[in-house]
Design a binder for this molecule. Sequence first.
Ligand SMILES: [Zn+2]
Length: 271
Amino acid sequence: MILKEIDGNDKLIERLEYLSASGNLSHAYVFEGDSCVNKVLLADCFIKAILCEENKGDGCEKCITCNKINHGNHEDIIYVDADGKSIKDEAIEELQSKIKKKPFFGDRNIVVIKHADTMTIRAQNRLLKTLEEPPQGTIIILLSENIENLVQTILSRCVVFRVNPFETFEYGAIKEQAQLLVKMLFNKEAFYLVKSKLNEFAEDKDSAMKLLDSMELIYRDLTIINTKESRNYRKDYIYKAVELIEEARRDLQRGISTGYAMKNLIIKIGG
Ligand SMILES: [Zn+2]
């Protein structure tokens, strides 16, 4: 995934694209967003945009750098995370010795501190020293749920960005497919038509699972929202559909073939 595939954060993405393309980078950033926001994914996208060999400012998903980042094994990227409930002083000490070394692959080390809020005060004070005199080229990205947990002296040395919840393009596409299927089933369209759409959308277990999740959300929304369309759906129809989706999910988990589980689902919802 690359920066421009993240939605719900247009201004922020534009800014990150500009910063990474221009190379006009600070040495420390904070991404603040709720726990449900995938800040690691955003950080990885930002790093791709900075380091990508083919497409600076966004990333290409093809070069060695993008591949390594996707596999979490880029030599110059150091991830720090809480050990138990907190990030301790020793973890930051270890980090400091790592970033003193020259980058292995490119010309800068990049650090991602997950759950930065959990740094102990000692750890934060130690990190502060690095932020005051960062090794050449180093970029430190702190991921935080609430910046109030970070000491002011750290915040004053970072560029802070607030991250909104986002859906990925992939998720958006699945949602559209699920909406189409829900509608086709409700309209009792011919079995072979629904079946051919399903074959297209749910090629394997993984895509079938995502499609089922998305369909279930749509059905559940129909019970909450009150629109001209939602009023067409009777509650017992929706509850039955949700039950059948859960059954299909269990079937898939039990190892029943995707084709069979999904076919079974549409026959039962349609019937
Ligand atoms: Zn690339």
